[in-house]
Design a protein around this ligand. Structure first.
Ligand code: KIV
Length: 285
């Protein structure tokens, strides 16, 4: 391929099979250096993951938000390592290009760095994950260091950390006081030093996210953290409008699938009731 042809193919046909090289930690670093925004979404199943991957999403996070979205819990606290392995395996079966990152669930990494390391290893070996994500800064730095020294890529997560909901008591914005902002800034530096390849910044003021992003060599991925981050992430069911109740201001809804599905189901019920479904063409002789 001549270089101009390769350039045009990449620019205008990002899903061309010849350009669908797996996204790696290096790709994300290069994107930050080239000021190219990183687009990330969550997924929990194979079908959805395949759609996101083919659409060109850079990172698919198998988030512990599976606890809210799929399992119907109020928090992410009940999610187990076995759940994360199961969902990551499903996602991984249908993904070619996107980087697959798996959340380490509550109490799979807090007890000790060695236990964290072992559990992260299971997510890589058994689930086939490309990287793990965990919440916290200073308190998880030793675990992050142990993992990254031994070939496990780690994404950090600062700001609002939903696994600590019972300690904080609410999902309010973090980093709005000077002390909290300084702590989050320091934690970001500590995670980078410990070897993290990227950091999710959740629900913090946009100027704090800007300061953190400018102070780091590694990319920041924002959710409710403004547009100065190096990339963005949303829970995929939120951005396609599957839920009716959860509507925080940081979620932009790109579709109203709740309405689409409700209309489809009601049309189906009506067709079943009046026997217009199935027709002979939809039956076997
Ligand atoms: O679990 C999750 O979905 C997350 C994102 C909100 C970043 O951690």
């Amino acid at each position: 391929m001549s270089s101009i042809f390769a350039f045009l193919t990449k620019k205008y046909m990002p899903n061309n099979p010849t350009t669908r090289k797996r996204v790696t930690t290096q790709t994300l670093m290069q994107m930050k250096q080239a000021s190219k925004q990183i687009a990330c979404l969550t997924a929990y199943d194979s079908l959805t993951a395949g759609i996101l991957d083919k659409a060109g999403i850079d990172v698919i996070l198998v988030g512990d938000s599976v606890g809210n979205v799929v399992q119907g819990h109020d928090t992410t606290v009940p999610v187990t390592l076995e759940h994360m392995i199961y969902h990551t395996q499903a996602v991984g079966r249908n993904v070619e290009r996107s980087m697959v990152v798996t959340d380490m669930p509550f109490m799979s990494y807090q007890a000790s760095p060695r236990e964290a390391f072992r559990n992260a290893g299971r997510l890589m070996k058994e689930a086939g994950s490309g990287a793990v994500k965990l919440e916290g800064g200073k308190r998880v730095a030793e675990a992050v260091h142990l993992m990254t020294e031994n070939g496990i890529p780690v994404m950090g997560h600062l700001g609002l950390t939903p696994q600590s909901i019972h300690q904080f008591g609410s999902y309010r914005e973090r980093g709005s006081t000077e002390a909290e902002a300084d702590e989050i800034y320091k934690d970001a530096q500590i995670l980078q030093q410990a070897g993290a390849f990227a950091i999710v910044l959740e629900k913090i003021p946009l100027l704090l996210a800007k300061r953190i992003t400018e102070g780091l060599a590694i990319p920041t991925i924002g959710i409710g953290a403004g547009n100065h981050c190096d990339g963005q992430i949303l829970v995929w069911t939120d951005m396609v409008g599957m839920s009716t109740e959860f509507r925080p201001r940081f979620v932009r809804r790109y579709a109203e699938l709740n309405d689409v599905i409700t209309n489809a189901v009601q049309a189906y019920i009506s067709d079943v009731r009046d026997k217009s479904f199935p027709t002979d063409a939809e039956s076997y002789e």
